[in-house]
Ligand binder design. Structure first.
Ligand SMILES: [Zn+2]
Length: 272
């Protein structure tokens, strides 16, 4: 078994495929999509996997909003979309699960676990119980801002991360940043991600309760986050979308579809 947690854009997928072929010429049997975001899904076709596996909500969201996410991500991250015309399109999962799916790969057991709402409403963690290795997808980041534009942030920052922590991983491969090795590094990575989420969520809720605008919430969140997290990768990129989503969640709204127009409107409103 080989686990790759790549940003599976066309460019990255090509590089990962080259690395994979240096290790083995065996076919790829299962490819797991940790969630629906285009920067994860678009490169999947490069691996020629026999089965594409994802949580049921992720499968639903790729169908429902995958094309719009492709368009908005291509605008947000043009550097990841070299040669955009070569992308064969979205890859759709053909195996979906709701809670846990166990794959028996010879002697090795691989569990795909849904731990609750988080980075999206359908995140998959890949858990190897014997090896105590966890691939968290974007539920945990290391030295990079978590993207919360489609998040269930109250749930993510409480019960979902609690369940993730309770697995007791000794190695954790985050969505971004280096692998965390040993219980201390794993605990720190989870705690830092949680601290970012709680800081942003609290700042936005406070601004709303004080009668402030979205722009006030953005300023409050930046002020609260910058001293501790300002140097994290993609800090600036994520902030407007994270604040916009926190605002919506505080209003009781589910994650909205990010059309290119909504994307541009939020960016324009908050980048002054
Ligand atoms: Zn993501």
């Amino acid at each position: 078994m080989l686990c790759i947690d790549a940003r599976a854009t066309p460019t990255a997928a090509g590089e990962w495929l080259d690395a994979l072929r240096e290790l083995t010429d065996k076919p790829v049997e299962y490819l797991v999509l940790t969630h629906y975001h285009a920067v994860r899904v678009l490169g999947a076709s490069a691996f020629g996997a026999q089965r594409i596996v994802a949580h049921a909500r992720t499968r639903e969201w790729i169908h429902e909003r995958g094309a719009q996410d492709f368009e908005s991500e291509a605008r947000r991250f043009p550097r990841l979309f070299r040669d955009v015309d070569s992308i064969p399109g979205l890859t759709y999962p053909d195996v979906a699960f709701a809670d846990t799916l166990t794959l028996a790969l010879g002697e090795r057991e691989v569990q795909l676990r849904f731990l609750g709402g988080g980075h999206t409403l359908g995140d998959t963690c890949v858990w190897l119980p014997a090896e105590r290795v966890l691939f968290s997808g974007d539920l945990v980041e290391a030295g990079a801002a978590p993207y919360m534009g489609d998040a269930a942030m109250e749930e993510w920052s409480t019960s979902t991360l609690d369940r993730l922590e309770a697995l007791g991983a000794e190695t954790l491969v985050p969505g971004r940043g280096p692998a965390l090795r040993g219980a201390d590094e794993v605990a720190t990575g989870i705690a830092e991600t949680r601290a970012y989420l709680r800081t942003l969520w609290t700042a936005v809720r406070d601004a709303r309760e004080d009668g402030g605008s979205l722009l006030d919430a953005f300023g409050g969140a930046r002020e609260a986050l910058e001293p501790r997290f300002g140097e994290w990768r993609i800090f600036e990129h994520c902030l407007p979308f994270n604040v916009a989503r926190a605002w919506d969640e505080a209003e009781g709204l589910p994650p909205q579809v990010w059309t290119a127009e909504r994307d541009a409107a939020v960016w324009d409103a908050l980048q002054r």
